[in-house]
Design a binder for this molecule. Structure first.
Ligand SMILES: NC(=O)c1ccc[n+]([C@@H]2O[C@H](COP(=O)([O-])OP(=O)(O)OC[C@H]3O[C@@H](n4cnc5c(N)ncnc54)[C@H](O)[C@@H]3O)[C@@H](O)[C@H]2O)c1
Length: 293
């Protein structure tokens, strides 16, 4: 029998951290959301509340479900609020230095038996685990965006991840009504190993003038039956996250086919990170998204 995990901490109240908080609280767990400042965590909870409102409006949940989920959610005032968590899921910025710093702060606070998981899209679980005091109790639990909608969660074991950690994580994810796949610990795992080079190639297609933003997205939606175009998807993921994943693939596999497109680098340098900054391959500041190239 896998051990029960009841109190769940989440580090990072961005798109993914709030999405995970939403789904985990709806499933009946107590959730504490932590970010660099309590204000950011509170803003994250406000976003969860708005998403719950939308689910209520479309009858996906009841008013009781919403009230119960909100009553289980709290914003951490400080890292000390994670002290009695059974599982902490780190969903902070896709940057190894940032994640290592977080583990240095969070690990001393956690119970010895707490599981620490990362939602990283690409970074080595084995290497991240080595920056913690608990490689056996460390695992990749990779949710997809948007978390309330997407059915898949990739589980990634580092070289030291223990069986008990793996089984408890798998059982936990099953209670969220998600399907798990297990990936070996190689750069970007399964989903992003396949998805991100496709997105990067779409950006090269734009960069080389083969097609406009609209042509590329329409071509892939109608020609390959993708639910959204690759550039729209890149904006949705976050262009900083896309670039980080391509860098991890490029560095980790040492193959030039993973070279990040210079146009992706330029957008990130401009701070045009996609939906989260209201501008990326599309400008979202008006009524309808307008292509930026
Ligand atoms: N965006 C996606 O589609 C997607 C999908 C799956 C997994 N992921 C992964 O999830 C993680 C988060 O991605 P996101 O899209 O939510 O990013 P985001 O930029 O929306 O949010 C990142 C959050 O981390 C916080 N943060 C940064 N440093 C911190 C620190 N020291 N302590 C606490 N919080 C800190 C930021 O304040 C921010 O709220 C990344 O590892 C990413 O690769 C992203």
């Amino acid at each position: 029998m896998a051990e029960a995990l009841n109190k769940i901490g989440i580090v990072g109240a961005g798109q993914m951290g709030t999405g995970i908080a939403h789904v985990v609280a709806l499933a009946g767990y107590d959730v504490t959301l932590y970010d660099v400042s309590p204000e950011r965590a509170i803003k994250g909870l406000e976003r969860v509340s708005r998403t719950l409102d939308r689910q209520l409006a479309s009858s996906k949940i009841t008013a009781e479900d919403k009230a119960a989920a909100l009553s289980r959610l709290s914003a951490a005032g400080s890292v000390g609020d994670l002290a009695d968590m059974d599982l902490v899921i780190e969903a902070a910025t896709e940057d190894e230095t940032v994640k290592r710093k977080i583990y240095a702060t969070v690990c001393p606070v956690l119970k010895a038996e707490a599981i620490l998981a990362t939602n990283t899209s690409s970074i080595s679980i084995t290497r991240l685990a080595s920056a913690t005091d608990r490689p056996e109790r460390f695992i990749g639990i990779h949710f997809m965006n948007p978390v309330p909608v997407m059915k898949l969660v990739e589980l990634v074991r580092g070289i030291a991840t223990g069986d008990a950690t793996f089984l408890a994580s798998k059982a936990f994810v099953a209670t969220l009504d998600k399907t798990t796949t297990v990936s070996e610990d190689f750069p970007a795992f399964i989903v992003n190993r396949i998805l991100l080079p496709m997105i990067n190639e779409a950006i090269y297609t734009l960069y080389e003038g083969v097609g406009s933003v609209e042509s590329i997205d329409t071509a892939m939606k109608l020609g390959a039956n993708h639910p959204m175009g690759p550039l729209q998807l890149a904006d949705f993921i976050g262009l900083d996250t896309c670039l980080s994943i391509m860098q991890v693939l490029h560095d980790g596999l040492a193959d030039s086919k993973y070279r990040p497109c210079p146009l992706l680098v330029k957008y990130v340098e401009a701070g045009w990170l996609g939906r989260k900054t209201n501008r990326g391959f599309y400008d979202y500041r008006g009524e309808v998204p307008v292509p930026t190239r």
